[in-house]
Every structure is written in C-alpha cells, then in structure tokens.
Design a protein around this ligand. Structure first.
Ligand code: R5P
Length: 295
C-alpha cells in the first residue's frame, strides 16, 4: 500500500521539498526557521505530525554544519511529536570521510549516522552518495538514488553531441560514467587519479587517446575546488577533444572552481539542484519522488 506522506521543508531545500510534495500529492508542512543574533538556529514546526510519515528535506551544502544542525532540530521535534521521520538529504556532506584514511582521522559519516538515528530519523534517502560503502555506516535503512541518468538525458536533449565520449576523472566514478554512457549509448573511459592525502595535490595519469573532433563529457558525483575536473579537462583537450562539458550531481564550486575549470578547457558546467547554483539544470525532486512511490 502506498503511504501518505507529509513533506517538511528544511530551510536549505525549499524548492526540492515543494517539488517532492507536489509529485507525491503530499501536504507541505510549514517549518519556521530563524537565527538568533549570535547565529544559533531555532526551528518551529507549524503542522501536527503525530502518527504521520514525514519526509524532512534538507540538503547539506555549505554552511554544512548549520544545515546539519537545522536537520537535527527539525527531525528531533517531529520524532518527539510522534512522526515516523525519513531524512531526505539531497547532498550528504561528509560522505567523503567514510573511512579512517590516515591514522587519527574521524570517520565523520559514521558520526552523522549515529546522530541522525539519535534524533529520531528512521531512514535516510540521499542522491549520489560519494561511495556506496558509505551507506554501510548507517544503522538505519539508507538509500542513494542516482541523478546520473537524468544528467545524461539532459546532455542528450540539450547538446548536439559529436561522437561523444563520457569520462570519469577517477576510478571512484567509473560506475557512474558507465551508467551515463549507457543512456547516451556512447563510449566511456576512466582516468586514474591520485590525491596526496596530506597536501591535497592531484595527479591524473596520461592515457593513449585520440579524441580529435569529439565531444568529451566529464561525469562525477561532485565538483568541489574543480581540481579533479581541471586536470582531466587539460588532458582531454591535449588529446584533441573539441568540446569538454563537465557534469556532476553536486556542484559545490568552492572558491575559483569555475575559473580553474574554464582555464583548463571546460566549455560548460551542468549540475543537479542538490546544491543550488547557476549550474543547477536538473531537478532531483521527481527522482526522489519515484523512490518514495516504491515504499
Ligand atoms: C572524489 O573522489 C570525488 O568524486 C570528486 O572527484 C572530488 O571530490 C572533487 O573534488 P575537487 O573538485 O576538489 O577536485
């Protein structure tokens, strides 16, 4: 039986929450959010959630910790008032810290898992989590939908692509680029990238590729500083690519990311709306709604 949902919009995700509520034919619960003069968050739930299944939508783009804490406050209150709470977190911050890479590092995603459960969250839905292993850190059911096929459809519809090749900037995104290429019915390739865990410096290995006159589409889960895409784009241009399009689910675009990528030869940047920006062209609300319709 399809459940009836109430959708609560966290302050970071009003649009996605409204889209999800509309797709599900669900009521959009009112959540009032204000900041005290010293920056502390205060939220107030203006609907009665008792005995309801409530989807709290709150993406964790910067300021991540602020958005995370608002999510904790909303989920805690809903749960305390008798709701069955699902956290819908389109961009799950801290997902890259899913293991102790260097001795002494905190597995931050494990802490988030623990805290979400402790504030009463019963399940988590996210979009393109950094790595599937991260889901294993959750002691509540956790599910990641993928916006990659939607990004591929966007590319197919909006660009006259010339003999396209989909490119993963590292082996971590190989399955994503494969899924992208399956929609485009194109070739795909994965580059080998290594990152110095202390300095952050990126090295991308050369490949033997001739891309003369072809369009290359770099596909990744996220763009942060733009360094990974820039290294990859430089090589694609060197191999003759006529156009380089960078597509990702989460465009954090930190500092001068866009300039760095453009200088390296990137012609277009396209992303989903998990992190709102001028690059957000693909709406994930219908994708998240289709997951809820299976429940
Ligand atoms: C790393 O493995 C991720 O999939 C992204 O490639 C990375 O986080 C992007 O970061 P930046 O844009 O800073 O290179």
């Amino acid at each position: 039986m399809v459940k009836e949902w109430l959708v609560a919009a966290g302050p970071a995700s009003l649009d996605i929450a409204a889209g999800l509520a509309s797709k599900l034919g669900a009521k959009l619960a009112k959540v009032e959010s204000v900041d005290f003069p010293d920056g502390e968050s205060k939220v107030k739930i203006l609907d009665e959630p008792r005995n309801k299944s409530v989807a709290v939508v709150q993406s964790l783009y910067p300021p991540q910790d602020k958005h995370l804490f608002q999510l904790f406050l909303i989920a805690h209150k809903l749960s305390e008032d008798g709701a069955d709470v699902t956290a819908v977190v389109p961009y799950l911050a801290y997902a890259r810290q899913d293991k102790e890479f260097l001795r002494g590092e905190v597995v931050s995603l494990g802490v988030i898992s623990h805290l979400l459960r402790s504030v009463g969250v019963r399940r988590l839905v996210t979009v393109d989590i950094h790595s599937a292993q991260g889901l294993g850190l959750f002691s509540i059911p956790a599910y990641s939908c993928s916006a990659i096929p939607l990004l591929a459809e966007y590319a197919a519809t909006n660009y006259k692509l010339k003999n396209p090749i989909a490119v993963s900037p590292d082996f971590g995104s190989s399955s994503r680029v494969e899924a992208f290429a399956a929609v485009l019915k194109s070739e795909y390739v994965s580059f080998k990238k290594t990152r110095d865990r202390t300095t952050g410096e990126i090295v991308t290995e050369e490949q033997k590729l001739n891309l003369r006159g072809r369009d290359a589409i770099i596909v990744d889960d996220m763009i942060s500083t733009g360094g990974s895409v820039a290294k990859c784009a430089e090589l694609l241009k060197k191999y003759g690519a006529q156009r380089v399009i960078a597509m990702c689910t989460h465009a954090l675009m930190v500092g001068g990311a866009a300039d760095k990528m453009t200088s390296a030869g990137v012609d277009e940047i396209i992303a989903s709306n998990t992190v709102p920006s001028r690059y957000s062209k693909v709406d994930v609300a219908p994708l998240i709604a289709s997951y809820f319709q299976t429940l």
